[in-house]
Design a protein around this ligand. Structure first.
Ligand SMILES: [Zn+2]
Length: 275
């Protein structure tokens, strides 16, 4: 009787590589507006679920400001922004909460769960300034940067099985939170890559313009931030691109934003003043 020979190690390796390649090709998605190809191994419903769970966890530890002029502005501007994202994102259950904190920061989790820390508002100045920041945050959700980072980690280690991407898995909990852009201590938002940040700036400029806010305020916001905080280690600056680089890029992209702005149904200009 002939012995059954096991496939050689190299054959298994080759098969695994082919499988992995098929997985990557199958998981290739395109970022709206920029057209960039990204590898996202996480399916959209799982990504949205993960974002919602992380959001709930964070908000439970923070003091939410439910009412008042500022909280209302965050909700109103946020809703207008979310309604001008691509169709698949418009359907999501977006949330825009204002958190009582001096931190100069804001974040967005997958699926459109956005939080704004009160400390960032003085630099916003107007509704349009706020729209620039909320648009940028919405950009991270639409470009699926959180899921992309998780996918990159999955490919690197493969130790994090697709099925294990859940916050209830205590072994991976902190790692997943970090990959979503959240540090172990609350209020710490870890930077995405420089390319991801610039991509979000671009998407944000489009969303704010389509929502009817003057996109030139996006440049004004970063200039105000520079004037107000200079080189201080402010949380939202911990992202890689320098203010100068962001302002330069936004300037280059302004003709595109202005085209969307001129076509928008409503034009609020700078909107109401926040302070
Ligand atoms: Zn960002």
């Amino acid at each position: 009787m002939k012995a059954i020979s096991l496939p050689s190690r190299s054959l298994i390796g080759a098969a695994a590589s082919v499988l992995l390649l098929a997985l990557i090709i199958g998981a290739c998605s395109r970022v709206p507006y920029t057209g960039r190809r990204s590898v996202v191994l996480l399916d959209f419903p799982s990504e949205v679920e993960l974002g919602a769970a992380a959001y709930k966890e964070i908000l439970a530890e923070e003091k939410i400001i439910p009412e008042g002029r500022e909280a209302k502005a965050v909700r109103v501007v946020g809703r207008r922004i979310s309604q001008h994202t691509p169709a698949a994102w418009r359907k999501l259950d977006w949330e825009f909460q204002l958190i009582k904190s001096d931190s100069v920061n804001a974040f967005c989790l997958p699926g459109g769960k956005v939080a704004v820390y009160q400390g960032i508002l003085p630099a916003m100045g107007t509704e349009a300034g706020l729209a620039a920041v909320l648009g940028h945050e919405a950009g991270h959700a639409v470009a699926r940067h959180g899921a992309e980072r998780i996918s990159g980690q999955m490919l690197l280690s493969l130790g994090l099985a697709v099925a294990d991407v859940s916050l209830s898995n205590s072994e991976h909990h902190d790692g997943i939170m970090a990959m979503l852009g959240l540090g172990a201590s609350l209020g710490v938002v870890l930077p995405f890559s420089r390319a991801n940040e610039l991509e979000s700036d671009y998407l944000g400029g489009i969303f704010m313009a389509k929502a009817g806010y003057d996109p030139r305020e996006s440049v004004a916001v970063w200039e105000r931030m520079s004037t107000m905080y200079g080189d201080q280690p402010v949380a939202i600056f911990s992202t890689h691109p320098t203010n100068r680089k962001r302002i330069e890029r936004l300037g280059e992209e302004m003709p595109t934003f202005m085209r969307h702005y001129r076509r928008s149904k409503k034009q609020y200009g700078k909107g109401i003043t926040l302070k």
